[in-house]
Design a protein around this ligand. Structure first.
Ligand SMILES: NC(=O)c1ccc[n+]([C@@H]2O[C@H](COP(=O)([O-])OP(=O)(O)OC[C@H]3O[C@@H](n4cnc5c(N)ncnc54)[C@H](O)[C@@H]3O)[C@@H](O)[C@H]2O)c1
Length: 328
């Protein structure tokens, strides 16, 4: 049996990844280490507790002793770092927590893995840093796409701390030959996402017949969570150590049109959209080029935007206990 240590696995992408991966890969054990911050919910992984191939450890990746204990005890072959502070509106009030988890936490994991994995010269090991498109900043023009060699120009403290973590991972690879890969993905939507995020917020407000607030100028490239997970699995099995892979879908759409699509799928009037004036904001477009992943690792998206949105809407409809009484 191989062992993967997943950090932040009780969150949105991590919990989808664990569920999807364990079902398809019978020779793997997953250890999920998550501090369960205020934006996450252990219910996300409740169904996995029955599996003898799943173990949960509550704790922070900033806790060096605990990270050492987990790596020594479970001897992971691979680590995928999803642990992250959330960046939706009401979480952005404590930027220091971004730096602690993203930079200090990532370096704590790197140091511990370097120590234990270094004993057998990193043979059979891989560390994946699940990073984000925002580290590139915003594209200056509509026909520009960021490829992996674009400079990192984050324009807020959240993205800056993510970029700092990426640089730490890269520096461990170049300074110590540490086996690491960085993935940078565009905004992701799907079941199990916290309702403070844009897509669930649109769905829940529409289901509750409340206005759906939308920034007028914002344009994003959306990917369904299972497409993101499948890309990570290809990177895990076939990725080249030391590389960076962008993950993107080509589904570039304004927040306004995305909200309209969600309302249409729910049979609700588009008049529910409440436009927020964002004329003072700079260009907020951040679109990736993922040719490298497509060409070298033979990955492509499987889910059309409408199909992914239908699945997501269905999940929120079937799980009202996950959002009914939560005040945003
Ligand atoms: N959601 C997106 O659109 C998106 C897109 C691209 C990349 N990413 C990246 O993927 C990763 C996962 O994102 P997500 O949307 O699932 O986030 P999430 O907020 O849903 O999950 C993050 C998890 O990390 C845990 N966590 C926070 N601090 C921790 C710490 N110090 N130690 C251990 N666990 C900690 C939280 O409790 C939570 O369960 C992040 O690195 C994120 O930047 C997200």
């Amino acid at each position: 049996m191989k062992v993967i240590l997943i950090t932040g696995g009780a969150g949105f992408i991590g919990s989808n990844f664990i569920r999807f991966f364990l079902r398809r890969n019978k020779n793997f054990i997953i250890v999920n280490m998550d501090s369960l911050n205020h934006a996450t919910n252990l219910e996300n992984v409740k169904d996995l507790e029955k599996s003898p191939r799943y173990h949960f450890v509550k704790g922070s990746i900033t806790n060096h002793e605990l990270v050492n204990y987990v790596i020594k005890r479970h001897r992971p072959d691979y680590i995928i770092n999803f642990a992250s502070e959330s960046n939706f509106d009401n979480c952005a009030s404590n930027p220091l927590s971004f730096t602690q988890t993203h930079m200090l936490g990532t370096q704590t994991l790197l140091e511990s893995a370097r120590y234990f994995w270094g004993k057998h010269k990193f043979q059979g090991n891989l560390f994946i840093q699940a990073s984000i498109n925002e580290v590139y900043g915003s594209t200056p023009a509509n026909d520009v796409f960021f490829s992996e060699d674009a400079p990192l120009l984050p324009d807020n403290p959240f993205s800056a701390s993510k970029a700092g973590a990426d640089m730490l991972v890269k520096s461990y690879a170049s300074a110590y030959g540490f086996p690491a890969i960085i993935t940078r993905c565009c905004p992701t939507y799907g079941p199990y996402q916290h309702i403070g995020n844009f897509v669930p917020k649109c769905i829940i407000n529409a289901l509750s017949d409340k206005p759906v607030p939308v920034f007028e100028k914002k344009v994003r490239e959306w990917i369904y969570v299972l497409d993101h997970c499948i890309a990570l699995i290809r990177v895990l099995f076939y990725g080249k150590t030391g590389e960076i892979y962008n993950i993107s879908s080509g589904n570039e759409i304004s927040d306004f049109d995305m909200a309209k699509k969600i309302l249409e799928l729910l049979g609700k009037p588009k008049e529910a959209i409440e436009r927020i004036d964002d004329s003072s904001l700079q260009n907020t477009r951040c679109i990736l080029n993922s040719y490298k992943l497509k060409n070298n690792l033979n990955w492509s998206t499987k889910f059309k935007l409408e199909d992914g949105l239908r699945d997501t809407i269905l999940w929120y409809k079937q799980n009202p206990d996950r959002w009914k009484d939560i005040e945003l």
